[in-house]
Design a protein around this ligand. Structure first.
Ligand SMILES: Cc1ncc(COP(=O)(O)O)c(C=O)c1O
Length: 431
């Protein structure tokens, strides 16, 4: 079944009964460009950005800062740069990727709980907009680095609000037991704000928190808005600094399968911004949103070729494909549950429940544990939707498998934005 909530915007089935994404016949694309192949629909990415801007209109001023870690490929990120997004980077490499994709450096934020002095210096040379300080030592180290500059560096402090989110433990970041952020509880966050304010050439302009990813409970976002608004008040009372910017992170869930729990964008906007806007001093502060998955996840479809089927009577049927955890580690890493169709007969009635097995030498390499499909024939193309975020971004060369090609589709035309890796690419750094 093609559930529009899970697939890119212009997904359909053509007269020949084959799957089309962004107007392109994906079986023909897989034949021409090889598999595994990731196909991103440009219109879906632009639409996701527009929806964010619209949902948060009443809460302006806001900035939507693309968490480029979700997919840092220039061909994908540049669509968001052109749409007027900021970019949120988790490393120097991602900052450079943002630059390549066309984001103005002044409109970037650099995160990281273990930024080295070299990375900080390089980011400053690039003209990074905001450094998001994460750790007491970083205040001192960054302070030393900027001490002799002629202009102060605007910074945020990443704080830990102590909110446990409704998601896989590996996807939670906002709870007290986290490596990220200065805890608000116990006063660490406030103490670090004081230290920043007392440091020459650092200007504390904002605070930031990120609860985790694949979240759908509205209450958690309200708690986040409340915690940040309260802390901003304490910072003002304690240091005299009126914050101009509040970063609320990202994390909005997207459905990977029909019926997956999600949070309506407008409800999310109201929950997270309501408590901030209800504080007089924060009415004009810019609220920074940092979505990754919800901007690019739905746009991406992964295409694999079926290699064979193994039936274990009474237990499970394994359908093996030519990709797996090396191009999408999310099922193995934190139990992401996808759906799939056979691209040349996406509406055919299912005949059995199968597991989709990857080709990597790990028992945990199952792309899908259970999906109802017509019995797949070797050579058929299997399409997995909602695969645009944290898939190719986390790709590896495990088993020395080359990483997949990536294409963008628009108006029926496909453009390769990352060629398929070769074995020579994998070996090129070895001496
Ligand atoms: C600091 C920060 N901001 C934003 C995001 C984006 O989250 P998501 O892709 O779930 O929107 C992440 C992802 O983990 C993050 O670590």
């Amino acid at each position: 079944m093609i559930d529009p909530a899970v697939w890119p915007l212009a997904t359909g089935v053509d007269r020949a009964g084959r799957l089309r994404v962004g107007g392109a016949d994906v079986v023909a694309l897989a034949d021409r460009l090889g598999t595994p192949l990731y196909v991103y629909d440009a219109a879906t990415i632009r639409d996701a950005y527009r929806r964010y801007a619209a949902a948060f209109r009443a809460a302006r001023p806001i900035r939507v800062s693309y968490a480029i870690k979700a997919c840092a490929l220039r061909g994908v990120a540049s669509l968001l740069a052109r749409a007027d997004a900021d970019a949120s980077a988790a490393s120097l490499g991602e900052l450079l990727a943002a630059k390549r994709a066309g984001f103005a450096m002044a409109r970037t934020q650099l995160h990281g709980n273990a930024k080295t002095d070299d990375e900080l210096r390089a980011a400053l040379r690039l003209g990074v907009g905001r450094i998001v300080i994460d750790g007491a030592e970083e205040i001192e180290r960054l302070g030393r680095i900027v001490a002799r500059r002629s202009t102060p560096q605007p910074v945020w402090l990443r704080v830990s609000p102590g909110i446990d989110a409704d998601t896989h433990p590996h996807l939670r970041t906002g709870m007290l037991d986290s490596k990220f952020g200065a805890p608000i509880a116990g006063g660490d966050a406030l103490a670090q704000c004081r230290a920043i304010v007392a440091t020459k050439n650092l200007t504390l302009v904002g605070i930031h928190a990120h609860l985790g990813t694949q979240l759908h409970e509205p209450l958690r976002y309200r708690e986040l808005g409340e915690a940040l608004a309260e802390l901003a008040g304490d910072i003002r009372a304690s240091t005299g600094t009126a914050l101009r910017e509040i970063g609320v992170g990202g994390g909005l869930a997207i459905p990977l399968r029909s019926g997956d729990a999600v949070l309506d964008l407008l409800a999310y906007a109201n929950e997270v911004t309501g408590p901030i806007r209800s504080v007089d001093a924060l009415r004009k502060a810019t609220i920074y949103l940092e979505p990754g998955r919800s901007l690019v996840g739905r746009a991406g479809v992964a295409l694999y070729r079926v290699v064979g089927t193994k039936r274990v009577a009474g237990i499970r049927t394994f359908v093996s494909v030519d990709g797996g955890m090396g191009d999408n580690i999310r099922p193995a890493l934190y139990g992401a549950e996808y759906t799939a169709v056979l691209a040349d007969r996406p509406t055919a009635a299912p005949a059995e429940h199968v597991a989709i097995a990857g080709k990597y030498c790990e028992s945990g390499d199952l792309l899908i544990r259970d999906v109802a499909l017509p019995s797949p024939d070797p050579g058929e193309i299997l399409a997995i939707p909602a695969a645009g975020a944290y898939s190719v971004a986390m790709a590896s060369n495990y088993n020395h498998h080359p990483r997949p090609a990536v294409a963008i589709v628009e108006n029926g035309r496909a453009r390769v934005i990352r060629r398929r890796e070769t074995h020579a690419d994998i070996w090129r750094l070895e001496r």
